[in-house]
Ligand binder design. Structure first.
Ligand SMILES: Nc1ncnc2c1ncn2[C@@H]1O[C@H](COP(=O)(O)OP(=O)(O)OP(=O)(O)O)[C@@H](O)[C@H]1O
Ligand SMILES: [Mg+2]
Length: 231
């Protein structure tokens, strides 16, 4: 469903990503690991058309999406939850969801499905989203991305700074989406948090992929992965 070939990305002519290649199938979770500044966020932004310049080929459902305007990418069914949430914080919970729904012309059915997944948001539809707790804001960011009914979801450190109960809720939602056939590209810092939900693992270092493995292989032998992460 998603195929990335020799992706190279630049911010104002500085090369950040170098020849990244990977693919992701329906219903699979691919975890992108790496130290601070390795290029994880840049990888997701490149997929969303949000970096200054990219080379290489990104295709989604056999259609080339590299080079198209960032505005059209969510319309293809690619949901994105940026690092640090990025809500419209002066708008209410409901208004944030409405913006998500508008992107692909989805309506009440989608909204109700999403709210069933996050009952806590349902109780807070009129609350200004900037006043939600950190965990609730993360939930809203995820809920808003789900309002486009994505077939591919990009999550940038969705559990950053959250307490264990929130983390397990987010994990549960990821597993539920996976079951529904959504492909998920998940950026995480903590290996332990993802090993049990990942199908494939990639480690990025200094803009290049330095390790790639099936999660089962890694479960059996952590050593090599840990050596790349400096754990
Ligand atoms: N808008 C930008 N302009 C110039 N350089 C940038 C920009 N955004 C990121 N960079 C640089 O690109 C490199 C990769 O950053 P990126 O945000 O992708 O890292 P990351 O792996 O997501 O790190 P973290 O774990 O800290 O979120 C860093 O050296 C960063 O300083
Ligand atoms: Mg990042």
């Amino acid at each position: 469903m998603l195929a990335v070939k020799n992706l190279t990305s630049y911010y104002s002519n500085i090369k950040i990503l170098k020849d990244i290649s990977f693919s992701l199938e329906k219903g699979k979770v691919l975890c992108l690991l790496g130290r601070n500044g390795a290029g994880k966020t840049t990888t997701l932004k490149s997929l969303m058309g949000l970096v200054d310049k990219t080379e290489g080929l990104i295709s989604f459902n056999d259609e080339k999406i590299s080079g198209i305007s960032a505005h059209y990418i969510p319309k293809k069914g690619i949901g994105y939850v940026p690092q640090g949430r990025r809500l419209f914080s002066e708008l209410t919970v409901e208004e944030n969801l409405e913006i998500g729904l508008l992107t692909r012309g989805k309506g009440e059915i989608t909204k109700n499905n999403v709210l069933t997944m996050f009952p806590r948001l349902k109780e807070r539809l009129d609350q200004i989203s900037g006043t939600l707790s950190g965990g609730e804001q993360q939930m809203l960011a995820l809920a808003r991305a789900l309002c486009i009914e994505p077939s591919l979801l990009l999550l940038d450190e969705p559990t950053e700074g959250l307490q264990p109960s929130m983390i397990s809720l987010i994990r549960k939602s990821i597993l539920e989406l996976k079951k529904q056939g959504v492909a998920i590209l998940l950026v995480e810092q903590r290996v332990e948090a993802i090993l049990s939900i990942a199908d494939e693992i990639l480690v990025i270092e200094n803009g290049s992929i330095v390790f790639s493995a099936n999660a089962n292989e890694v479960q059996k032998d952590h050593k090599k992965l840990y050596s790349f992460l400096g754990v």
